[in-house]
Design a protein around this ligand. Structure first.
Ligand code: HEM
Length: 191
């Protein structure tokens, strides 16, 4: 693991989990109708609300330039407004994380913007776009991949110990697991 950058190690560590989350989300057919997509927005709202404090974490903000600008909660809220969706609200848990675990959570939520290229395309088929309902899935103005490379570079430049790296792996596991639980709860499907 030591030869890998932190984000490479996170990718390696999360591959199987990622694919399970990807399959779970797609099996809910979030882009089959606006109503299905509304539930997806409620899930995104829970996820982005949970991770939002990370973008305003003072220690991380000092080390990661432009951190606060990466937050997508406002976009999720604006998409919800477009489609008249309220937060799910019932029985949603609030996970907690240490500062070093937060790095893994950040990797997870920022990386989710890469796969969002596929989701954005699907959203287009039900008439959603950057302008209406799907702004949180839209590409960064710099382009999705250049932006992701930039974010990865910043995460990889963080001063982390081996212990922090382990904690970041746990954080990524927790983030993916949390997203799965949120999806199951909101779409009302069993484990
Ligand atoms: C719902 C369907 C999803 C699809 C179809 C999807 C698809 C993808 C694809 C195609 C990539 C690029 C893989 C690569 O370049 O090697 C990717 C990357 C990623 N996705 Fe997803 N994804 C989905 C959901 C999610 C969710 C819900 C999360 C997080 C909660 C997530 C987190 C990530 C991360 C962290 C990466 C970056 C991997 C890396 O380059 O390190 N994805 N996704």
């Amino acid at each position: 693991m030591s030869e890998l950058t932190l984000t490479e190690a996170l990718k390696e560590h999360s591959r199987t989990t990622h694919d399970a989350v990807d399959n779970l989300v797609m099996s809910m057919q979030p882009f089959a109708s606006h109503d299905n997509y509304r539930k997806f927005l409620q899930a995104q709202y829970e996820f982005h609300t949970t991770v939002n404090p990370i973008y305003h974490n003072q220690t991380l903000a000092e080390q990661l330039d432009g951190l606060a600008n990466l937050a997508r909660l406002d976009r999720v809220k604006s998409d919800m407004k477009d489609l008249e969706v309220e937060p799910f609200g019932k029985d949603v848990e609030q996970p907690t994380f240490t500062d070093s675990e937060a790095i893994g959570w950040l990797y997870c939520v920022e990386g989710s913007n890469v796969g969002a290229a596929i989701l954005y395309k699907e959203a287009g088929k039900i008439d959603l776009s950057d302008e209406f309902g799907a702004s949180h899935l839209a590409a960064h103005p710099d382009g999705r991949m250049p932006h992701w490379r930039d974010v990865k570079g910043k995460i990889d430049a963080l001063p982390v110990s081996d212990e922090d790296k382990q904690a970041a792996m746990k954080g990524a596991d927790d983030a993916f697991a949390y997203f799965k639980r949120v999806i199951r709860k909101i779409y009302d499907v069993a484990e």
